[in-house]
Design a protein around this ligand. Structure first.
Ligand code: ARG
Length: 464
């Protein structure tokens, strides 16, 4: 059989052109969505008496035969038939004869491909939401075990103030929570049916788009046929949400790499998540977080790629839009791989509480607390900041920490100091007293964890 669109041509397509324009190599991933869309379309055609019920039945059973063959991996595709839509139509006609040619009544590949993409991305977005939640659960579980673990908190990667390790981890929980919310919100825009838009202007047949939406489980239909076939912003939105998500995962990965270095030694990743060196026998490399950090690049690239493809396109469909697929598939695959590793990696890492504690006792990260102490005794904060700055300088010169300085030294700097200052400076107290809402005090972190747990349950029912 020749090309499905061969009627007005007098020459065969150049072989290189055929290969260059074909999308079958990658859009065969949409085979089942294509069948699903066709099944709903043909049922509607029958119900609306656009084709006979008998023809609709024949086509339906032909489509089911193809579905079985796809699932069994028995269907072969050719570049001559360009894309998944024409490959499947060809197979259908081979299967059931010329009546198969009635399937494309009132439909174009333009609304067909858009429908396939909506079906695909809706399914994948729901899957991603579940995977993000798995990573959140892993973070939450580690956090619950580490509320009382004290670690230095950093700004500018310089020791700043001691914090609960759970507080640090939970920051990522909330980032992922927003990522999940972005994905959930994007479903509103994915859950819209383009089919029935035809090539661009609608169709002369009395179709019932609402019925097709109902059959496919779409929440609404595109009100404008040109928008329906030209819109790819539902993909851009997914790629944007994915990019932000990867930014968060990359930052967490960077911290895992730093924390597992010999210099920090705060955590140890499980052996099953690391690899060795072919030359240096002692090495245990954090390849997984390194790669998660690096994979962020391709996810950004896929977003920028599609933004660029779309930016200059006149309405309606242009072949340029075929370039929407590989980046989307790649981002889905990358996110799946990333999220599936993240949860067990976090769950299996060991926390070196002693190293964290040691770090906190060998720095000046309790200096703010000393200044706050003077403030509670009546000194203006700015003045207290200057006094403590001088004490820190003195301690550094003496190679001592604030807890090591004799009380007589403190008395030289201010008469407001009393011996209770040593209790104030102890790392556990430093953490425990930051009890403002959302602060690192253990009481606050426990509240935060409770809030997080209730969020999870809510979202699980929301996404079914
Ligand atoms: N393979 C095409 C794509 O992915 C399907 C739509 C083709 N439409 C057309 N008028 N050539 O975009």
């Amino acid at each position: 059989m020749s090309k499905l669109w061969g009627g007005r041509f007098t020459k065969d397509t150049d072989k290189l052109v055929e290969e260059f324009t074909a999308s079958i190599e990658f859009d065969q991933q949409l085979a089942l969505e294509d069948i699903e869309g066709s099944l709903a379309h043909v049922q509607m055609l029958g119900e609306c008496e656009i084709i006979s019920l008998e023809d609709a039945k024949t086509i339906t059973s032909g489509l089911y035969t193809l579905k079985k063959k796809i699932e069994a991996g028995e269907l072969s595709y050719t570049v001559e038939d360009e894309d998944i839509h024409m490959n499947l139509e060809k197979h259908l006609i081979e299967e059931i004869g010329p009546v198969g040619g009635k399937l494309h009544t009132g439909r174009s590949r333009n609304d067909q491909v858009a429908t396939d993409m909506h079906l695909y991305l809706k399914r994948k977005t729901i899957e991603m939401i579940g995977l993000i939640e798995d990573a959140q659960i892993a973070i939450l579980t580690q956090s619950k075990e580490n509320v009382d673990t004290v670690i230095p908190g950093y700004t500018h990667l310089q020791r700043a103030q001691p914090i609960s390790f759970a507080h640090h981890l939970m920051a990522y929980f909330w980032m992922l929570e927003r990522d999940k919310e972005r994905m959930i919100d994007s479903l509103k825009r994915v859950d819209v049916l383009p089919l029935g838009a035809g090539a661009l202007a609608g169709t002369t047949f009395a179709i019932n788009r609402e019925r097709v939406a109902e059959l496919l489980g779409f929440d609404s239909i595109y009100p404008n046929s040109m928008d329906a076939v030209s819109d790819r912003d539902f993909i851009l939105e997914f790629l944007s949400a994915a990019s932000i998500l990867m930014t968060h995962i990359s930052r967490l990965s960077e911290e895992l790499v730093i924390w597992s270095s010999q210099e920090f030694g705060f955590i140890e990743l499980d052996d099953s998540f690391c690899t060795g060196s072919s030359i240096m026998p002692q090495k245990k490399n954090p390849d997984v977080p390194e790669l998660l950090r690096a994979k962020t690049g391709r996810v950004y690239g896929n977003l920028i790629g599609l933004l660029t493809v779309l930016k200059g396109l006149p309405l309606a469909y242009n072949k340029d839009m075929q370039e929407d697929k590989e980046g989307m598939f790649d981002t889905v695959k990358t996110l799946e791989g990333t999220l599936k590793l993240l949860a067990p990696m976090i769950g299996s890492m060991t926390i070196n509480e002693a190293a964290m504690k040691k770090a906190v006792t060998q720095d000046y990260s309790n200096a703010t607390d000393l200044a706050d102490y003077l403030v509670t005794k009546g000194m203006p904060f700015r003045e207290a900041h200057a006094v403590v700055g001088q004490i820190v300088l003195h301690a550094i010169q003496q190679k001592q920490y604030l807890l090591d300085l004799e009380f007589s030294v403190y008395q030289q700097y201010s008469s407001l100091f009393e011996t209770d200052l040593y209790d104030v400076l102890a790392p556990e107290n430093v953490v425990a007293t930051r009890a403002s809402t959302g602060g690192t005090a253990q009481t606050q972190v426990r509240k935060q964890i409770e809030m997080a747990e209730s969020k999870l349950l809510k979202k699980q029912t929301l996404t079914k």
